[in-house]
Design a binder for this molecule. Structure first.
Ligand code: LR7
Ligand code: MN
Length: 582
């Protein structure tokens, strides 16, 4: 448990260019020269400087995605990191580079060395450059929130937007400063950005956290569409039009670029595998899953085809502004960082929208192992609290899968604040339920509502548990007997209908009681020495959480009791009829 993100799978890279690398310092000596044959093995190269977007045909109709002319070269083709090539730290600078790493948890030294407007490889699949988009696409506000971002990466993010987007589509670039402490961001940023009339800086007067900082950005945005970006990205050629095109086609589409990898160590721009979907595993960890090659083949999925995603990564997407507000934006009760991508994803899908990855839109992002900024409260707790809010509002009966998959989640009893408004919003929007989402959007998620079910047998005795009045007894096994049916839930209740198995300590007997998900006495650890393995069920005992007592059958009578756990005692070993993988 921990970070709720993963890096997409990088494509096997042909390292043709890495040996060419000689760090250079003459970044400022801008020279216009042709890229030349050096890079002829690569596909299109995107120039790093601003292009003019003229000759756009008038409405109605469609025009080509604007393409940066490959013969136009960047200011300094020999600069380190140019064309997204990896950079090596010069021998004498190793210590400095190591020392500066923690400023951003990536190679800050190298980031400062490479041009803020470097060119990167055009990694779009073939065909993207020829695609048509509408002439009357909506405008967008680009919202970039940051806290203590490294100067050069923040600038590179902004330059990449300015240089690789058709100006008429960019209403503004909103930089939302989430109460940064770094002097350079306070003193120099306004001056630097004043050369770009479209860039506006919004300073928050206290730390809002990413989620509420985005909301502040949205409130100040004047474009038709909101496009959110992290503050350490590089937008690739033609990245914007395909996103806006999808939103234009249907305002309930949320469009995400393919997120490519800017290597944290050498700052190289690496493309990623095609056909990756954004998914999650329990307990709601975001990740990427490749569409299996046979599925791709069978369905004739092309590299340029849009990929529908159960969830989005969270940082980079375009959404129609009025639709974002219709959905109630993010749950404003979410704190600082994490889980908001889950919330928005469930909300979008369940309330009538769609989430797509657009392969023709590609944006690089620096993936790193830890956040470089501090959290106002404990990071783990913050993310967990956010996820609990999401689970409580959106997961219905499946929320136990979330709680049951994290031992830390099941008991924490966090105060997650008030959820009434969020639940009411879900009702008001007439959103579908989570089962619908599973059936229609994410059918490959393993999500059995219970962990095990059926009769509960003691193999040594050859008897099953049955209910007489409210007392648990032993009897001959009969799968058709309703009184022998139990469910073992993810939060470890042994349920018979709406009743739960409870130990009655002073009698040593077992009875049914009304279920209460918070009552630890009702929880049973179904465990073996080697963890929870259905194939080892013979070795599994039921140990009561609170009293550390185990269920035990009686050889001569039909009775059951709880007694001191002893894994050597066969009469303490139990097995469910069915186990469900989750
Ligand atoms: O308190 C904060 N205030 C901020 O303004 C914390 C962060 N931020 C800014 C920060 O400067 C950065 O620009 O918010 C942005 C995201 O924070 P990162 O880059 O430290 O986090 P990340 O890249 O690990 O974040 C991913 O998960 C987050 C969960 O809340 C957000 O959804 C991020 O947008 C998301 N990033 C991506 O989706 C990019 C691809 C990563 C993946 C998978
Ligand atoms: Mn990030």
């Amino acid at each position: 448990p921990g970070r709720s993100q993963g890096q997409p799978i990088p494509r096997n890279q042909s390292k043709t260019s890495s040996s060419l690398l000689v760090p250079q310092t003459a970044v400022s000596q801008a020279k216009l020269a042709l890229a030349g044959g050096l890079h002829s093995t690569r596909r299109n190269l995107t120039a790093g400087h601003e292009q003019s977007y003229t000759n756009i045909p008038k409405n109605p109709g469609r025009h080509r995605v604007q393409k940066i002319d490959v013969t136009l070269s960047p200011r300094d083709p020999n600069a380190p990191g140019q064309f997204g090539r990896p950079v090596v730290v010069p021998p004498g600078k190793k210590e400095e580079a190591e020392r500066r790493w923690k400023e951003g948890n990536f190679n800050v030294y190298l980031s400062d060395l490479i041009p803020v407007d470097r060119a990167i490889e055009d990694t779009r699949p073939t065909g993207c450059a020829e695609q048509l988009v509408h002439n009357d696409l909506p405008t967008t506000s680009i919202i970039v929130c940051f806290v203590d971002e490294v100067w050069s990466t923040l600038l590179r993010s902004v330059h990449s937007v300015l240089n690789r987007s058709p100006p008429h589509l960019i209403k503004e670039i909103l930089l939302v400063d989430d109460f940064s402490t770094k002097d350079y961001l306070k003193a120099n940023l306004d001056k630097y950005m004043s050369q770009f009339p479209k860039v506006r800086i919004l300073r928050l007067q206290e730390r809002h956290g990413l989620i509420r900082a985005r909301l502040a950005g949205a409130q100040n945005a004047t474009g038709d569409v909101l496009t959110f970006l992290d503050s350490h990205v590089e937008c690739n050629v033609g990245w914007l039009e395909p996103l806006l095109e999808r939103v234009y086609l249907n305002r309930k589409k949320v469009a995400c670029p393919v997120i490519e990898v800017i290597n944290d160590k050498d700052m190289s721009y690496m493309t990623v595998d095609n056909f990756q979907r954004g998914v999650f595993t329990w307990p709601m960890n975001f990740g990427w899953r490749t569409i299996p090659p046979d599925v791709v083949a069978k369905n004739g999925i092309k590299e340029t085809d849009v990929i529908r995603c159960p969830v989005m990564a969270g940082g980079l997407f375009s959404i129609d502004k009025s639709y974002f507000y219709e959905l109630g934006t993010y749950d404003p009760g979410l704190d600082v960082w994490g889980g908001e991508n889950m919330e928005l994803s469930f909300k979008v899908w369940m309330c009538g929208g769609e989430i797509e990855i657009i392969p023709c839109s590609r944006v690089g992002h620096i993936f790193r192992n830890d956040n470089p900024y501090s959290f106002p409260k404990d990071r783990m707790k913050t993310v967990e609290r956010n996820l609990v809010r999401v689970a409580e509002v959106w997961l219905d009966e499946y929320k136990d899968l979330f709680y049951g998959h994290g031992d830390h989640l099941i008991d924490q009893g966090l105060d997650v604040g008030n959820l009434t408004q969020q639940k009411e919003l879900r009702k008001k929007l007439k959103c579908k339920n989570f089962k619908w989402y599973l059936d229609n959007v994410f059918p490959d998620l393993k999500a059995p509502v219970v962990r095990a079910s059926g009769v509960l047998i003691n193999p040594a005795l050859g008897k099953c548990i049955t209910i007489e009045n409210t007392t648990a007894m032993l009897d001959d096994c009969d799968g058709n007997n309703q009184l022998q049916q139990f469910n073992y839930t993810w939060i470890r209740l042994i349920k018979h209908g709406e009743w739960c198995m409870a130990p009655i300590a002073d009698e040593g007997s077992l009875r049914l009681q009304p279920c209460d998900s918070r009552d630890k006495r009702l929880r049973w650890l179904h465990k073996s020495t080697s963890g929870f393995h259905p194939e080892l069920v013979d070795h599994i005992v039921f140990e009561n959480y609170q009293q550390l007592l185990c269920m035990e059958g009686n050889f001569s009578q039909k009775t059951l009791k709880v007694s001191t756990c002893n894994p050597m005692k066969p009469y303490q070993k139990w097995k469910f009829e069915k186990y469900h993988e989750g």
